[in-house]
Structures are given as C-alpha cells and as structure tokens.
Design a protein around this ligand. Structure first.
Ligand code: MN
Length: 240
C-alpha cells in the first residue's frame, strides 16, 4: 500500500478530513490498486488529467516527478505532452515543458529505466572500444556469458572480431544496427536475433536517435577471445 503524507503535511491542521481522504483513500486505496493498473500508467494519466485541466502548479510538478520515479523517461514525457497538446490546448503544453525540464534536470542522459534486465553500470571497462556511452549488466558468467548491453543514441562499438567462439545478439529494446565488413548494415528491432560467426569483422550499436539494448551471448570455445579494431567511421555511420 502506498504511504502518502502530502495531505497531512500540507493541510492536516486546516482540513484534517481532506488530508485523510487524500492520503488514505486516494493514495492508500486507489493508487495502491497496482494489480489493476500500474503506478507508471496511473502517473501518466494523472499528469495528463492535470494538464488538461490547466493545473500547472506544484501538484503537477509532483506528478511529473512521480511519473519519472515510476519509469517514464524524459523522451516519453515530452512525447506525451506533444501528443496531448492537440487535445488539451497548445498553451497548456507550453506551460508544462519547463516543469519537465526541471524534473529531469539531473538526468544527463535519458537512459531507459524500464528495460527488462535493467540498465546495469556505465560500461567503463570497454569505453575505449565504444563511440558514445554504453551500459553493461552481466546476466550470466558461467557456461555461456550473457551480457545486457545498452547503447545511448549514436553509440556503437568499434569494429571487432570474436575469435573462435562467435556471438549471438538478442535484441530487446529500442533500435540499433549490425554490420559486417563489406556488407550492408542491418537495422535491428526488439525480437531480432543476430548470429555472428567467429572471425567475422563487425560492429553493433544504437541508431542515431534511439536507445538500443541487446543481450550478447558469448559462444564458448577453446581459445575464444575478442579483438578490438578501429572505430566505425563517423561519416559512414552518419549515412545509415
Ligand atoms: Mn560483437
């Protein structure tokens, strides 16, 4: 059950019954019905309801922050407001964007917070072999190595070769690219699977405008190793 104290904190002295209804009924009984509708969805519809009524005060500020806390990314929030602007009124949308900027101000990059296996940590160990920022979450290191890799928009790894073993990519989020040397790049979407044979020179990464996440399975083989080569040319990547 959700613990809410905003009502009692703000109005407990003036309107104790209202405060109780706010904290115990609205939040304690309605918001808490997460088996019926997720907090993420409740956050979104609440933000939309407030904007559509032109309520752009501290309660909207709270609910935008709440939406972020429940996994709504900055990109999604901007898209929500862009979409509803046509229905609720253009000036309402204008009024809200500064609040969105403020609510997400400490977020350097709008990393997806709702990816299936989680974002993991900044991929510092391999950053020398990447253009742009990536995140790594080891999922399994026994038998078959399985690594969740998330690329920010524009991020990709250098050309590289998996010696002996090869690699399988299971695409789970966003939009990305895979390219083998002297071949056309292949666009990747969630659900796509890429088999990378050993000794094939290739790279993988995000598209210019979208985040991308895949699980990389390292195919075990005696003497398996990775050889990192030159970065993917900016101009070549830019033409994709
Ligand atoms: Mn690879």
């Amino acid at each position: 059950m959700i613990k809410q104290t905003a009502g009692r904190n703000g109005l407990g002295d003036l309107a104790p019954k209202f405060a109780e209804l706010n904290d115990d009924v609205l939040f304690g009984e309605v918001w808490s019905r997460e088996d019926k509708l997720s907090l993420r969805d409740r956050s979104v519809i609440t933000v939309v309801a407030l904007i559509s009524k032109g309520i752009t005060d501290s309660s909207l500020r709270y609910h935008i922050q709440n939406a972020r806390n429940h996994g709504v990314t900055k990109t999604e929030m901007v898209e929500i407001i862009t979409h509803i602007a046509f229905y609720v009124g253009w000036p309402n949308a204008w009024a809200v964007f500064p609040m969105v900027r403020e609510a997400y101000a400490d977020e350097a990059t709008d990393a997806p917070s709702d990816s299936l296996f989680g974002l993991g940590e900044p991929n510092d160990a391999f950053s020398q072999y990447f253009t742009g920022k990536s995140y790594l979450k080891p999922l399994n290191t026994k038998g078959v190595g399985a690594y969740n890799v998330t690329f920010e928009p524009g991020c990709r790894n250098n050309w590289h070769i998996h010696h002996a073993g090869g690699q399988v990519l299971l695409c789970t989020d966003g939009e990305g690219w895979y390219q083998e040397w002297n071949e056309q790049a292949r666009k990747l979407h969630p659900g796509d699977v890429v088999y990378i044979a050993p000794e094939v020179k290739h790279w993988h990464g995000a598209s210019k405008d979208e985040w991308f996440t895949h699980i990389a399975l390292e195919i075990p083989a005696p003497g398996a190793s990775n050889e990192w080569l030159e970065p993917v040319d900016d101009e070549q990547y830019g033409r994709l």
